[in-house]
Design a protein around this ligand. Structure first.
Ligand SMILES: [Zn+2]
Length: 309
């Protein structure tokens, strides 16, 4: 009896031991699973935080890029603003020069009657020398360049604009001996037609005019034309110096000495023509000489003292 009781007790103890071990094993397993889950949840959280961080970083990058793009699309505005600042400063310097308060000198290089195919050469020289000039344009060449009939000269307008030179108006017809000056309205028609052409090819508007042949050619119509120009907010300018390429320029030396004889004041407007091969030949030396003699070379602007209003 005693023996079988002990046996039962032992069996009971063994059973208890197995049960406890079982509970411990399953408990441990559960705990482990729980811990693993916790760990992976944490990992998920970490990953989620990373993604969030990455996401906002990307969002910021997109915003930055958009800002950059906005800045780029405002580039024309920036250039215009920068030009305005340059012209404001130039205007102050001009007044100081005129009042003998500055020893600076300014020269405006102007090219008439283009664009021609040769204008490409002129643009290259100006670019190589980091110089901005003024182009008084007409439609004389039309879609067939005078100096390269297979080339469309209209496509050169945008090249002049791209290089930030001043594009000015020399009338559509240039017909100084073909009725251009028969009345103020005939002049204005040719002027506004050229304005439209420039606008079409460059998107720009102009506010500086040069009379074909010079203002003296307008004779009795000059005052009436000037009144019309004022009404339309145009200024106008003749020239104070030249190399004679609009007349009978036949050699480098002839052009050079004419320039030397006419560029004498502290503010000069030089008349040149962008078709002339001798002018193209002289141009790099002229720029060099002007700069060595203390001249600042600038493109014309409406507020300049040289522009009649
Ligand atoms: Zn002309």
């Amino acid at each position: 009896m005693e023996k079988s009781r002990r046996k039962i007790k032992i069996i009971f103890l063994i059973f208890n031991l197995i049960l406890s071990l079982g509970i411990l094993y399953f408990g441990y397993k559960e705990f482990n699973t729980y811990q693993n889950n916790k760990k992976s949840n944490k990992n998920i959280n970490i990953n989620y935080n990373d993604i969030n961080k990455e996401n906002s970083k990307l969002k910021q990058e997109i915003i930055d890029k958009k800002d950059e793009l906005n800045k780029l699309s405002d580039i024309n505005k920036l250039i215009i603003e920068e030009k305005e600042n340059v012209f404001k400063l130039a205007s102050e310097v001009e007044h100081k020069i005129q009042n003998n308060e500055s020893n600076k000198k300014i020269v405006y290089l102007t090219f008439d009657d283009g664009p021609y195919y040769n204008t490409f050469k002129v643009l290259k020289i100006l670019k190589d020398n980091k110089v901005k000039a003024t182009f008084f344009t007409t439609n004389v060449n039309g879609t067939n360049c005078f100096d390269n009939s297979s080339y469309n000269c209209h496509s050169i307008y945008k090249e002049i604009a791209k290089d930030n030179h001043t594009i000015a108006n020399h009338t559509y017809t240039h017909g100084w001996n073909k009725g251009l000056y028969s009345s103020a309205s005939s002049f204005m028609n040719a002027l506004l037609k050229q304005e439209e052409l420039i606008k079409n090819y460059t998107g720009l508007t102009t506010n500086i005019v040069r009379f074909p042949g010079g203002s003296v050619t307008a004779k009795g119509q000059k005052d009436a034309i000037v009144d019309e120009l004022r009404k339309h907010n145009y200024g106008w300018v003749d020239w104070t110096a030249e190399d004679g390429d609009g007349r009978n320029l036949s050699s480098y030396n002839q052009g050079w000495s004419m320039l030397k004889n006419t560029i004498t004041d502290n503010i000069e407007v030089v008349l040149l023509h962008d078709y002339h091969p001798i002018t193209t030949q002289i141009l790099p030396d002229l720029i060099n000489d002007l700069e060595n003699n203390g001249y600042i070379i600038l493109p014309l602007f409406y507020e300049s003292v040289m522009i009649n209003k």
